[in-house]
Design a protein. Structure first.
Length: 133
């Protein structure tokens, strides 16, 4: 599972951002999250690594969503405007699917099927909060 959350697999970050994270010794999304749980920690890490604080927040959101779906879908959900897995069960499936399909089209990526979104919604239903955004 941890190989699947390798920084190099992120499609929505630039090569420069990924390289800066790797040069700082941060290879997995969980390693980054451990050092960027709060706004203050994200700010400090952003300065240390040389990436925008928003990039670290995006990584935290993607990682949080990876608790209920795979990395590819988590990235698309964040790009579509979903911030946490806790909001997934609150969104109508058809609307969510439309949002993610539009995000995938903008990025030139394959949209997920409806069943993958429905499964993520079910997994998120009783999920406790994990991060401080």
């Amino acid at each position: 599972m941890y190989d699947s959350l390798n920084v190099s697999r992120l499609r929505l970050l630039s090569g420069k951002e990924i390289e800066a994270l790797r040069k700082a010794g941060l290879h997995s999304l969980w390693e980054i999250v451990e050092r960027a749980l709060t706004k203050r920690e994200r700010r400090r890490l952003a300065e240390e690594v040389g990436v925008d604080e928003g990039v670290l927040l995006k990584i935290v959101r993607i990682t949080d969503l990876c608790r209920v779906c795979n990395l590819d879908l988590a990235e698309l959900l964040v790009e579509a405007g979903v911030c946490t897995p806790l909001e997934l069960p609150l969104r109508h499936l058809d609307v969510l699917h439309s949002m993610v399909t539009e995000a995938a089209a903008r990025l030139g990526l394959e949209p997920p099927d409806r069943d993958a979104l429905k499964e993520a919604q079910l997994r998120a239903k009783d999920l406790p909060p994990l991060f401080d955004y």
